[in-house]
Design a protein around this ligand. Structure first.
Ligand code: ADP
Ligand code: AMP
Length: 244
């Protein structure tokens, strides 16, 4: 926790902004959300907007696994081979990560799970985890989109690794090609964002993740989005679904 000496060093404007944010957050309802959709459907693009609006934490298992791979942790070493091939890593690995992550203080008002659960086993484990805490998933947003659109989205994707900001060479270009608008740091392309690896990622999505949508449909919590529209139109759909 910050000491009072540290607080004194923080500019008044920053303190006021944080205070206003906390006051706004206190009025927001708790939300536990899952974003499901194939790679490139726009989950990572919409997540920061939902996160800010509802004061949730954003947990993207793909981002967490990539960080573990980069840091060469035991988890990263176990996950790397499957990730490089566009296959799913084992259920136990990702369930463990999420179990830990949702305990963070930033998840107090709820969470956005982006890229998890990706199998019915993961969904069942998540539901068990939440039931133990007396909570449940409120809504599953299904980013429905045709496979044919995804290759162009995936091969044009550029990422600022430390913030997770996402760009697209054609649909959302940075001001300077290859450079993050905010920090001026270099952008990267993901190693698995190729047409060839996309094919196995899509195969995994249809075979292993689509059943997750059926699983939550039976619980009556799935909302359909038309993810093939421009980003701001998708955002408007998300806001409509979440305010109802
Ligand atoms: P996901 O997190 O579902 O894998 P992203 O949000 O990273 O997908 O989006 C994939 C790529 O497509 C990114 O480069 C992003 O800028 C771009 N993108 C996201 N949403 C749209 C959209 N609605 N229309 C066009 N391009 C989009
Ligand atoms: P993503 O960033 O969501 O596209 O995920 C990148 C890769 O991480 C996937 O192709 C999988 O290998 C792995 N991954 C991410 N989330 C999961 C998950 N919930 N279950 C299994 N593997 C996952």
């Amino acid at each position: 926790m910050a000491s009072s000496a540290n607080l004194e060093d923080i500019p008044s404007m920053d303190l006021m902004t944080e205070l206003l944010r906390r006051m706004k957050c206190a009025t927001k309802p708790d939300k536990r959300l899952i974003l499901v959709g194939p790679p490139g459907s726009g989950k990572g693009t919409q997540s920061p907007i939902i996160k800010d609006e509802y004061c949730l934490c954003h947990l993207a298992t793909g981002d967490m696994l990539r960080a573990a791979v980069a840091a060469k942790t035991p988890l990263g070493i176990k996950a790397k081979e499957a990730m490089d091939k566009g296959e799913l890593v084992s259920d136990d690995l990702v369930v463990g990560i999420i179990d830990e992550a949702i305990k963070k203080p930033s998840c107090q008002k709820g969470f956005i799970l982006d890229g998890f659960p990706r199998t019915v086993v993961q969904a069942e484990k998540l539901d068990e985890m939440l039931a133990k805490k007396g909570t449940k998933v409120d809504k599953v947003l299904n980013f429905a989109i045709d496979d044919a659109i995804l290759e162009e989205r995936i091969t044009g994707r550029w990422i600022h690794p430390s913030s997770g900001r996402t760009y697209h060479s054609k649909f959302a270009p940075p001001k300077v090609p290859g450079i993050d608008d905010v920090t001026g740091e270099p952008l990267i392309q993901r190693k698995d964002d190729t047409a060839a690896v996309l094919r196995s990622r899509l195969e995994a999505f249809h075979r292993q993740t689509e059943p997750v949508i059926d699983y939550y449909s039976k619980k009556g919590v799935v909302a359909q989005l038309h993810a093939d529209q421009p980003p701001n139109v998708v955002t408007a759909e998300v806001q409509k679904v979440l305010s109802s």
